[in-house]
Design a protein around this ligand. Structure first.
Ligand code: TYM
Length: 342
């Protein structure tokens, strides 16, 4: 493990452990970035961080093999471009570390049918992919629990849509600990104050998602400045013209205030004050410019990383080796407690 010096230093310093993952299911969205990746970035110096590309989760929806491989490699490069430092954190591809699937099977046996049936993501995806409601889609949260629990994780930076999966992870851990004694650390979700739920620019009552086929609804991290400007200019707003955040209303303007505040590191009130008396048109352009400005350096770095597949391979291989090392000891402990012959 060549990256081990700094990683080991972090791990020895007894810092809290952070784990999170993202699926390589297509291009990364502004929602992913503001809801999760920005927090990952900020947590790198303070915590011992472990990040993964959750490619095993991705096959719960049918993938074209060539695109899947390409998306995975590109997402790894894009996360490096976003500032995730593979020498400071463990950053690997989930399917490279076999302990994840092994613990997932075990946790499947400690997760109830009723619990999994209640997951809103399962219900939504069952509707969306009605011709492929597979067992993996159903037990998806147990694999996510395995990802997290393997590393004695304290904190999990995620967007709001993962809250229910996090609660289930805690329930599974508590259940296991209740039967076998203290085994798993109980992880907590870390959900940012702003940006935790970026909504579609065309339908502000639905979350921004790469699988949304409505044109201009979703901003992608690699979108050109022109495309970003066009999408924000076309963003749906209400008939009111004030730039004011309306609590408990799922309006387009709330979403734009949320995006601008998160991107600029401002509070919602600061954004309201900045645009007091200004119109929607001016505000939309300002939001687009702020997003373009944030993404420009990321896009430039992405081009560098993706042109060096040797470097990417070195880093994800290194990350997987280190992750296997840590997660194997948790898996061993779990197997011993259950009564497997080791
Ligand atoms: P995924 O790949 O759907 O999304 C990655 C992260 O982005 C957040 N996110 C959003 N945040 C704000 N607004 C949005 N519109 C938005 N869309 C997505 C998600 O909340 C997530 O944090 N199951 C996970 C991947 C996973 C995982 C894990 C996460 C697998 N194992 C263990 C944490 C811990 C997922 O599908 O995320």
């Amino acid at each position: 493990m060549e990256n081990s010096q700094e990683t080991e230093k972090n791990f020895k310093e007894n810092k809290k452990i952070v784990f999170s993952a993202i699926q390589p299911s297509g291009a990364m969205t502004l929602g992913n970035y503001l809801g999760a990746i920005k927090s990952w970035n900020q947590m790198q110096d303070k915590y011992r961080c472990i990040f993964a590309l959750a490619d095993l989760h991705t096959i719960t929806v049918r993938q074209n093999p060539e695109n899947f491989r390409k998306n995975t490699l590109e997402l790894y490069a894009l996360l490096l471009a976003c500032g995730i430092d593979p020498d400071k954190n463990l950053f690997f591809i989930q399917s490279h570390v076999h302990t994840h699937t092994e613990l997932a099977w075990i946790l499947d046996c400690y997760t109830q049918f009723g619990e999994l049936s209640r997951m809103t993501q399962f219900k939504d995806k069952s509707k969306k992919y009605a011709d492929n409601i597979n067992a993996g889609l159903f037990s998806y949260p147990a694999l996510m629990a395995a990802d997290i629990l393997l590393y004695n994780t304290d904190l999990v930076p995620v967007g709001e849509d993962q809250k229910q999966h996090m609660e289930l992870t805690r329930n599974i851990a508590q259940r296991f600990n209740g039967i076998y004694g203290d085994t798993f650390t109980l992880p907590e979700a870390f959900i940012p104050k702003t940006g935790a739920k970026v909504m579609s620019l065309q339908n502000p009552s639905a979350k921004m998602s790469k699988s949304d086929t409505t044109p201009n609804s979703c901003v992608l991290l690699m979108d050109s400045p022109d495309a970003i400007m066009k999408k924000f200019k076309k963003a749906v707003t209400d008939s009111d013209s004030q730039i004011k955040f309306k609590q408990n209303e799922k309006t387009g303007i709330n979403n734009l205030i949320n995006i601008y505040s998160t991107v600029c590191g401002k509070s919602l009130e600061e954004t309201e004050n900045e645009f007091d008396g200004k119109g929607y048109g001016t505000f939309k352009i300002a939001v687009a410019e702020a997003v373009i400005g944030t993404l420009r350096p990321i896009q430039a770095k992405f081009k560098e990383y993706i042109s060096d597949p040797g470097y990417l391979q070195e880093k994800y291989t290194q990350g997987a080796l280190a992750a296997l090392d840590i997660s194997s000891s948790t898996l061993k402990k779990v197997k011993e407690k259950i009564g497997f012959i080791l």
